[in-house]
Write a protein that binds this ligand. Sequence first.
Ligand SMILES: NC(=O)c1ccc[n+]([C@@H]2O[C@H](COP(=O)([O-])OP(=O)(O)OC[C@H]3O[C@@H](n4cnc5c(N)ncnc54)[C@H](OP(=O)(O)O)[C@@H]3O)[C@@H](O)[C@H]2O)c1
Length: 181
Amino acid sequence: MPVSGLTAWQALFDHGRLQAGQTVLIHGAAGGVGSIAVQLAKRVGATVIGTGRAHNRDVALDLGADAFVDLENDRLEDVGEVDVVLDVFGEEIGVRSAGLVRAGGTLVTIAAPPEFEPRYGRSVFFVVEADRAQLTRLAALVREGSLRVPIGSRHSLEEVPKAFAAGRQGGGKPIIVVAEP
Ligand SMILES: NC(=O)c1ccc[n+]([C@@H]2O[C@H](COP(=O)([O-])OP(=O)(O)OC[C@H]3O[C@@H](n4cnc5c(N)ncnc54)[C@H](OP(=O)(O)O)[C@@H]3O)[C@@H](O)[C@H]2O)c1
């Protein structure tokens, strides 16, 4: 939550100024940032288009995305115009996404400062900032069951080196169990 959750929140609302009725394209919709962003965007009444690889489709749709673009097999440009793009990739996908932003819209990128701008919109790069009030809101949503955090593998403290060596598996954050509650 302090990294992925706050990043998703700040990207959509502080920088993207996403509002009900708007359409947002969320890249990496099954990933750490994307999976939270999909749910937060749906909560405010936006239409959500998620992207990723084919095996991310079901996760993104299950989290609430209205549509999914498989970046390896579908044409990104078929999405049409959107109000906000949350770009987690940069590079070629970032450049192509700038072309999808409708007039007055925003490309929010968390990958790297963009070298491109939407024609009639703006682009924003930011680094997540600690924010107690936002984190408290996120924690409340998780506690009341309104925000799901996809969890991948679970490891004991002794297994940490092995967990790092294995990398991220199973489409969610690895959990290190320090002590059983
Ligand atoms: N600026 C900031 O403050 C800030 C904050 C947080 C994160 N970040 C950056 O944001 C990026 C995303 O972070 P994250 O935690 O969301 O990462 P993540 O959990 O790895 O999620 C990335 C998602 O995108 C998918 N993906 C990756 N490459 C793809 C490709 N070429 N085509 C289609 N789908 C692809 C992944 O699918 P697979 O499961 O198949 O790999 C995964 O679902 C990272 O670069 C991170 O460093 C920046």
